[in-house]
Design a protein around this ligand. Sequence first.
Ligand code: HPA
Length: 272
Amino acid sequence: MNSKAMKESAQYIESKLEGKPAIGLILGSGLGVLAEEIEDPIVIPYKSVPHFPESTVSGHKGQLVAGRLEGKQVIAMQGRFHFYEGYRMDQVTFPVRVMKLLGVEELLVTNAAGGINEQFEPGDLMLIEDHINNMGTNPLIGPNDEEIGPRFPDMSQAYSRELLKHARKCAEELDLSIQQGVYVGNTGPTYETGAEVKMLRTLGGDAVGMSTVPEVIVAAHMGIKVLGISCISNMAAGILDQPLSHQEVIETTERVRQDFLSFVKKIVKTLP
Ligand code: HPA
C-alpha cells in the first residue's frame, strides 16, 4: 500500500474534475456502456494517471469517466484491472484506494458472472449478498496503514445491508425480477471445470467470476459502503452441455443492457 502514489494519483484526477464524486462505479465486462450515460463526462484514460496500471482484456475500455449520473456526482471505472492479467493485488485494488481519497463513500461494483445456482438463467441480474474469496490470496496481505484501515477488517457487512435493501426496492419499483446470492471470486483466466462448479455450489456459491472480491475487500478496509451487481452472462460450466466463451459473456451483457442501465440509474438516483 503506497500512500504517496495513491495521493499523487488522486491529486492528478482531482485536477481534472469539476465536482467531488461521492459515488464510485466499477463497470465490468460488457457493462461499460453505463459510462455513456454520464452527463458532462470528463474522461481520464488510465494510462494518463500517474501510478495507474493499464487494462488489457477485450470488452474493457480502460478509463475513468466522471460527471453527473441522475443528478449525482459519480466517478466510473470503465474497465478494471484483473488479477489474471498479471497485476499484483495492490495494483488491482489501487483505483479503489484512489476513489476513497477523491471522496467516494459508496461503491457500486458490477461484473459478469457464471450462474452456479441452477435456478438462475443467463441474463439475470444478481445482487451480491456476500462473497467467497477463492483467489488464494488477499489484497490486504502486507504491512497495514492504520490511518487507512484496521489490520483485521470486519467482513460481515462488506455488502451494505442498507444498499441491498435500497436496490431491492428499486427493482420492485421497476418491476424488474432480480436474483440475490453469493459471488465466488476465482482467479481465472480459465473458466471452471464442471467439478469445480459442483464444488462451489456445495460451498454455497450462486455465481462465479474473476473479479470484484479484491476491490470489495479493499473497500471494506476503508469503510466504503458497497453494492455489488452480477450480470449472469452464462450458466457456469457443467450445467448446460456447451462450452463457455467470452463471446457469450459479451453477448448476454449486451442483451440485458437496458435492464442493467435502468436498474443502476434508478439505484443511483434514489441512493440514501
Ligand atoms: N466463470 C468465471 N467467470 C465468469 C464466468 C464464468 O462462468 N462468466 C463470466 N465470468
